[in-house]
Design a protein. Sequence first.
Lengths: 689, 257
Amino acid sequence: MLFKLSFKNIRKSFKDYMIYFLTLILGVAIFYVFNALDSQQAMLAVSSSTKGIMKLMVSMLSGVSVGVAFVLGFLIIYANNFLIKRRKKEFAVYMTLGMGKSGVSKILFGETVMIGCISLGIGLLIGVFASQFMSILVAKMFEADMTAFVFTVSGDAVIKTMIYFGIMYLIVILFNTAMLSKYQLIDLLHAKRKVEKSRLKNSYFAVLVFLLASLFLSYAYYSVTIDYSRLSESKIMIMIGIGCVTTYLIFWSLSGFLLKLVQKAGRVYLRGLNAFILRQLNSNVNTSVFSMTIICLLFFVTICVLSAGFSVTSSLKKQLTALTPVDINIYKSLDWPEEGHTPEQIEDSGLSVSETLDRLGIDKELFKEDWVETTIYAAPEYTVEKFLGTFAEKAAAKFPRMIFSTVEDIMGISEYNMLAERYGLPVYTLEEGKYIELCDFDDIAAIRNEALLAGTKVEIGNYTLEPQYTECQYGFVNISNLHSNSGITLVPDEVIEAELGKALGREKSFFAADYRAETREGKAKAEETILSIDGTQMAEAGLECDLDAMSKIAIYESSIGLATIATFIAIYLGIIFLIAGAALLALKELSESADNKERYQILHKIGVDKKMQNHALLWQMGIFFGFPMFLAVIHSIFGIQFAQNVLSVMYRKEDMIDMILVTAAILVLIYGIYFIATYTGCKRIIEER
Amino acid sequence: MADEILQVRHIEKYYGSKGNLTKAINDLSFAVERGEYVGIMGASGSGKTTLLNCISTIDKVTSGSIRVGGMEITNLKGSLLNRFRREDLGFIFQDFNLLDTMTAYENIALALSIQKKNAKEINQKVMEIAGQLGIVEILGKYPYQMSGGQKQRVAAARAVITKPKLVLADEPTGALDSKAARMLLQSMEYLNRDLDTTILMVTHDAFTASYANRIIFIKDGQVFTELLKEAGEARKTFFNRIIDVVTLLGGELQDVV
C-alpha cells in the first residue's frame, strides 16, 4: 500500500523531480563512461607499450572517481533536501490522517529506491551507448586499430557504478529519515514559504561596489596577461584571490547596479515588464550571490581546464607529425678530450654513428637506404653568451636556468641541407662571409633575433661571419615532441674545411633514418634492436663508447599518453563540475518559483497576457543563468591567455581556437539542457493555478 | 438607462457534474451605471465571489450575458481578454496583490507600463494619483515597509490609474483594522465622487458597504433585494437600513460588525 503511494507520488511529481532525475542520470552515465574505459575495445587494440600509459590513466581516473562520487553525493543530498522541503505539506496531510513518521519514512524510502533504480537503469543505458563513442575518441587519441567495431559493456564498471550510487542513495534515505524525525506536525502544516527578508541594498552603494570590483578585476586581468612577465608565483595567488573576491562582489552588486543603470534611463525602465524583470532579478540574485559566485568560478575553471586539456593533445599531435619526420635519431659524441679518458675511449670516440653500428654488427638493412649521417661541430670560444653579447643579461632575466657558457652547435651548410632535404625542411643557400642561425624555440628565437638585428658577428678562427638574415630561420636536427631547437649556426663549408682541428672541433655524430619495416610490429622490432644496445653489447664488440637514440614511437607515446591522461581527467572533472553548477542554479531557481508563482499570478490578474509573462520569465531566467556563464567566459578569455603564456614554452598558440569551440559546445549543451529543464519547470509551476 | 457600464443578464454558474450539480449563481441580473458605487453583500456561499470572478473574467459563466461598456465579455478570449482586463478593469483585492519586489511607485506604474504608455506620461499620472490618495511619501517604499492601509491605497491607486470603466473591489477592507479601513473607504469614496470612478465592491461587512450608494443583496445565487442610499441620507442611517436587511436575511450574515 505504501509502496503504491510512493509510486503514485513519483508519477505525479515527475516534473518536479525533473532536475533531480536529470542530474542523477547524467551523473550515473558519466560515472559509467569514465570507469568503463579500460574494458573498451580501443583499450584492447592499442600497442603494448601504450597499454602502460592507459593503465596509468585508468587507475588515475578511478582515483578521481572517488572525488567525483563525493561531489555527486553532496549534490544529490542537496537536491533531495530541496525536494523534501517542498513536500512538507503533503507529509503533514499523511500525518494528520494518522500515519506515523515511520510510515512517511517508508514512503520516502520506497520513492528513493524507485528513483534510484530508474535513474541507475536509464543512466547506465545512456552510459553504455556513450561509452561506445568514447571508445572511438580514445582510439583516435591513441591511434589504436579499430577496424572491427564491437559493442562492449563493462560489467565491472556497471557494478562499480551501482555500488557508488547505491551508497549515495542509502545516505539520502538516512538523511530523509533524520530530517523527518526533526519535523513537528505543526511546522509541517504551516510550512508556507518563509517570507525572505529582502536584503535590499542601497543602490548607490551597489553601484560603487560594482565599479570598484570591475576596476580591481581589470587590474587582475591586466596583470595576468599584458603585464605577465612581471608575475611572480605569490603575485599569481594574489591575482586569483582578487579574481574570486571581485567575482563575488560583482554578483553582490550586479542587480543593484543594473537597476540603477536602467532606472536612470527612465524610458526603458518603465517600458512593459522591464521594471518587473529587473526587480525579480534583484530579489533572486540577492539571495544567491554565493552560489552564483561558486558557479561562475566552476565554469571558469571548467572552461580553462577543458580547453587547455583539449588543446594540449590536439596541438601535440599536429606538432608531432611535423617534428618527427624520421623514425629514429641516433647520436654519439665525438672526439673526447685527452684529459680523463683512456686512449681506447678516445680512439672509439672518433667513430661516427654508422661506423659504430657496423662494428656492433647491426645491419644497415634495418633502415631504409636514404639514411643520413651528419656531423655537428663546435668552437670552444663560440658560446651562447658570446653570440648574445650585450643581450645576454636580458636573456638571463627571462631564462634564469639557461646556461650561457654552452658552446653553440655549428653545421656546414651542405651537410645541413642534406639532412633538411631528408626531413622535408627548407634548405638554405649561404652567401659568402655570412652565417644563418636556425632556431624554432619561440622565446629564445626572440632574444636571438635582437642579436641578429644588431648584426652580431660570429668569429671562428680566421673567419668573421655576418648574419645573412636578421631573424632566426626555421629548422632543427633532433626529432622531438616540441619546438626545442634553441640554436644551430650554419656556416659555409669552407669554414669547416679550413678550421677543423684548429678553431673548430667535431662535437657530435648524428644519424637519422626510417626503419625499412612498414608495419607497426616490424617498426617496433627494429626499434628494439637499436634501443637494446647496452654496455655489454658494446664491450663484446670491443668498444668503449655510448650511443644515444630518440625514436618517433617513444616521443609519440610519452607525449600523447600524458597529455591524453590530462585531457581525460580534465573532461571528466569539467563535466562533473558543470553538472553540479547547473543543478545548483536550477534548484535555486525552482525553489524561488513558489514566490514567483504568486507574482506572476498578480501580473495575470492585472491583465498581463501570457506571452508577456513568458517573455519576462525567459528574460529573468536567462539573465540568472547567463550571467555566471558570461562572467566566466570573460574570466576565461584572460585565463586562457594566461595559460597560453605559461604553456607557450611548449605549445603553439593557434591550435587553441578549435578546442575552445569544442569546449564551448559541450558546455552549452549540458548547460542548455539544464536551462530548458528549469525554464519549463518554472513555467509549469507558475501556470498551475 | 442609457449609460449602463455593467449589464449582467440572466447569468448562471454551475459547478460539478450532472449528478452533483451546485448552482453558485442562479439566474442573476442587475446593472451598474456610470459613476455608481455599488456594494454587493451576501453570506459566504451566496455566490458573490463567483459573481465577481465572472465579471472580472477570471471565471466563466455557464450561461447568460455580461456586458461591460457595451462589450460582451463572456466569450472574450486570449489577447482580447487580457486587453479588456488591462484597460477596462481595475482591481482591488483583499490581500492587496502588490508585487513584493517592487516599490509602491513601480507597482502603480506597472499598470500603465504594461499598456506601453510612455515614461513621461506614466510619471505624471503616478504622481497625480498618489497626491490624490495621500501616498506620495510612501512611493519609494516596498510593500513590506508599508502598513496594510497604505498597501491597499497603493493597490487602489494601481486600480484606477488606467482610468478603467469599472473598478472591482473584493473585500477591500477584509485585511485591515478599522482605522485603516475607514481611511481606505474614504479614499474610495473620493475616487467615486470626485474622479467619477465606477466601483463594484463585494463585501460582507455592513460598515464597509455603507460607503456605497447602492447595495445589492445576494442569497443562494439570486438577487435578494436592493437598497439605495437616498440623496442626502447620512451614512449612519444607511448603515442601519443595511443592518435591517442583514437581519432579515435570517442571521445568515453572522459575521457582521
